[in-house]
Design a protein around this ligand. Structure first.
Ligand code: HOZ
Length: 432
């Protein structure tokens, strides 16, 4: 049994003064049982909790820690930036360098605006799409999550579905009416929505590879189909690359899957772990944004110099070290193959999805291609599995409906450890 005494004490105190004791619902472990661990530090491939337990890390701050935690290049960039002060609320050289870097790496982005989170980026992107097209509605996909903006908390994935609230209280009917939903990977439904709302749909927003209902891959032709439907209906295609941008390849999922969006949203990865987001795309669309155009969007901390320094160091490193991508994919495939072999030995046939350094193990035998199939998973079994892995020193995302993210810092020994833990945990929970 893990000793998590100090985490327990902190959680009890936190519950008195923070809603649910956490600052983001998924962290509360409600979907998996037990109490959340309070993390004290992390280095490379490992997390350390307040009680001194060490875990192999498979969340990596929900994506950004591609290089592992506390990477020396990023630490140095932050250290160098600190003596120049922490925030000005005025333009800086490093914002220009960051914009150049993003535009250089992501082909579809001609102009980019920095914000502070993926949520902000997605909220701004749909406002820009509405301002540019003069249309009001958007189409999103069931189980996709684009942050906690009102328009997106309709059939939302991630923490919203984990907590059983895919449609949040507090979102007005008026806002909800402007969000149309379709099933992921179902082009016919999108086509129907566009036809029955002709001339009214400003944008389709989609996670090109979903991370927020577990890892779900686009079917062949799905993204291409969305592109051509958008063209037919003068609707903008927004790719939410908050989790996939710079992770699945240096040009994001759009480069890997060869799909050209009108707008892209980016998040935590471009801060190297600091709170950052951005949205960008075609010049003529981005020129709708104030102070050039009439779509208002602003922020004191946008382009914060410390966050820019961390993010720029991260992006430059990734650009100069393409082996990070080949290596993280190699590591991920080893983990996935190991799990498949374990299941074979145990006579189990759960579904694994994987692309690049993202993957999920779904406790269902059904192929997972959308929200409905993701929800056939046995979440109680997932909860048991999560706790069994934790006991064996592996920290997974505390929900069936989240992707796992692999870092470049995992060693051969860590991979072995993970595969062995997976074997034992599956054996324990599946009663084999
Ligand atoms: N799936 C979320 C990130 N896109 C998890 C993070 C959170 O809600 O705290």
């Amino acid at each position: 049994m893990l000793n998590t005494h100090k985490s327990q004490e902190l959680f009890n105190k936190a519950k008195e003064i923070i809603p649910g004791g956490v600052n983001s619902p998924v962290r509360a472990f409600k979907a998996v049982g037990g109490n959340p661990l309070f993390i004290k530090s992390a280095k490379g491939a490992y997390l350390y909790d307040e009680d001194g337990n060490q875990y192999i890390e498979l969340i990596n701050s929900w994506g950004p820690m591609i290089l592992g935690h506390a990477h020396p290049v990023i630490e140095e960039a932050i250290r160098n930036a600190i003596p120049n002060s922490l925030s000005y609320g005025a333009p800086t050289r490093i914002e220009v360098e960051m914009a150049e870097q993003i535009i250089g790496m992501v082909k579809s982005i001609e102009k980019v605006r920095m914000v502070n989170s993926g949520t902000e980026a997605c909220m701004a992107a749909i406002r820009v799409a509405r301002g540019y097209t003069g249309k009001s509605k958007i189409i999103k996909f069931e189980g996709c999550y684009h942050g906690h903006g009102d328009s997106f908390l309709i059939a939302a994935g991630s923490g919203a579905v984990t907590m059983g609230t895919p449609d949040s209280a507090g979102v007005t009917q008026g806002v909800a009416n402007d969000t149309l939903t379709a099933k992921y990977n179902n082009l016919a439904e999108v086509e129907q929505l566009l036809e029955s709302n002709k001339g009214q749909v400003a944008a389709i927003i989609v996670e090109p590879v979903v991370g927020n209902m577990g890892c779900v891959l686009p079917a062949k032709g799905f993204l291409e189909g969305l592109r051509s439907l958008c063209d037919q209906h003068q609707t903008l295609l927004i790719l939410d690359e908050v989790m996939t941008g710079f992770r699945l390849s240096k040009g994001g999922a759009q480069e890997l899957l060869n799909i050209q969006p009108d707008l892209t949203t980016l998040g935590k990865i471009i801060g190297g772990g600091m709170p950052v987001g951005a949205y960008g795309g075609r010049k003529e669309i981005m020129d709708c944004v104030a102070p050039v155009g009439k779509v208002y969007q602003a922020g004191t901390l946008s382009g914060n110099p410390i966050a820019m320094s961390a993010g720029l160091a991260m992006l430059r490193y990734l650009e100069q070290h393409p082996e990070v991508y080949t290596n993280t994919v190699h590591i991920t495939k080893q983990l996935v193959n190991g799990m498949r072999e374990n299941m074979k030995k145990l006579g189990l046939n759960y579904t694994i999805t994987q692309l690049g350094s993202m993957f999920s193990l779904f406790f269902t035998e059904a192929a997972v291609t959308d929200f409905d199939s993701a929800k056939t998973s046995n979440t109680e079994l997932f909860g048991k599995y999560f706790r069994a892995m934790l006991e064996r020193g592996v920290y997974l995302a505390p929900s069936q409906y989240e992707s796992l993210f692999v870092s470049n810092a995992l060693s051969e020994a860590d991979i072995k450890h993970y595969i062995q833990a997976n074997y034992e945990a599956l054996k324990e929970v599946a009663g084999k």
